[in-house]
Ligand binder design. Structure first.
Ligand SMILES: Nc1ncnc2c1ncn2[C@@H]1O[C@H](COP(=O)(O)OP(=O)(O)O)[C@@H](O)[C@H]1O
Ligand SMILES: [Mg+2]
Length: 259
């Protein structure tokens, strides 16, 4: 149980609107899971429920054997981290100060050690002294990734539960590949789980162990890349005209929008 996050009949209703229909979902350490679905389907809302930032109106969520309500805030912060879709800062801060936000309880020496390792992994040394507010959207995403990896850093890698809401939306091709390769590799020894909301189905196809699809607040698919990314299902969920092809040289399908 300590290596799973379990949502049972997790749901959210506001007034007369159901934002998330009660759903069951299990996430395990060592997995790279993608959440997909149309705009406004409820992906960010589900992420907030799964991370304990929003209280459900039905069901509950257990992290490593304990419901969120029983976790101490400080303890939880060392176990699960969240990179949100939008990150506005109230104060002027350098990029490095943003990275340190989640590890301010450590000694300066330990902070320095973690920041150096995380920054080297991401390759964002050149951004550290810059004013965070003046960075481009893609540069800010690199710094936010550094912040959440630092928050979960243990001996020599991040461990625990990492949630990312559209982490590649502002990244160029090099950084999309670099970030997703890195996150995927970090999950392989079974100590880190990554759950990312991604819009790019081809990025999802390349790196996901599992894909969960949310449509109009309901979980409509939870399976392997091959099970989920079929032409008929994607067409039905997104109402887009597309083709799914399976190249002989690739282990995963490629999704093309029809002209
Ligand atoms: N606090 C809220 N109160 C009412 N409606 C909300 C609230 N938060 C989100 N919504 C609505 O719920 C739906 C799902 O939002 P969201 O989870 O952000 O979608 P997604 O991330 O899939 O694009 C949207 O229609 C949004 O407007
Ligand atoms: Mg969203």
């Amino acid at each position: 149980m300590h290596n799973t996050l379990t949502a049972r009949q997790l749901g959210l209703q506001t007034g007369s609107r159901t934002l998330i229909n009660p759903l069951d979902l299990t996430l395990k350490l060592g997995e790279f899971v993608t959440i997909m679905g149309p705009n406004g389907a409820g992906k960010s809302t589900l992420l907030r429920l799964l991370t304990g930032f929003l209280s459900p109106t039905t069901g509950e969520c257990w992290l490593a054997g304990k419901p969120y309500a029983q976790w101490q805030r400080r303890q939880l912060a060392g176990q699960r981290a969240v990179m949100r879709q939008h990150n506005q800062l109230a104060f002027a801060m350098s990029a490095e100060e943003v990275i340190v936000l989640g590890i301010s309880q450590y000694t300066m020496q330990r902070q320095r050690m973690i920041v150096d390792q995380v920054v080297a992994l991401i390759g964002c040394q050149a951004l550290c002294d810059r004013n965070y507010a003046t960075l481009s959207g893609g540069e800010q995403q690199q710094i936010q990734l550094a912040r959440v990896l630092a928050q979960l850093w243990k001996e020599d890698q991040p461990e625990g539960w990492l949630f990312l809401d559209e982490p590649t939306s502002a990244l160029d091709l090099f950084h999309q590949q670099h970030l997703l390769r890195l996150l995927h590799r970090l999950t392989r020894n079974g100590k880190l789980m990554v759950c990312a909301v991604l819009h790019d189905v081809n990025l999802a196809a390349t790196w996901s162990d599992r894909i969960v699809v949310i449509q109009q607040g309901a979980l409509v698919a939870d399976g392997s890349v091959q099970q989920v990314l079929t032409e008929s299902q994607l067409t039905a969920w997104y109402q887009a005209e597309l083709s799914v092809i399976q190249p002989a040289s690739s282990s995963h399908p490629i999704v093309l929008l029809n002209k």
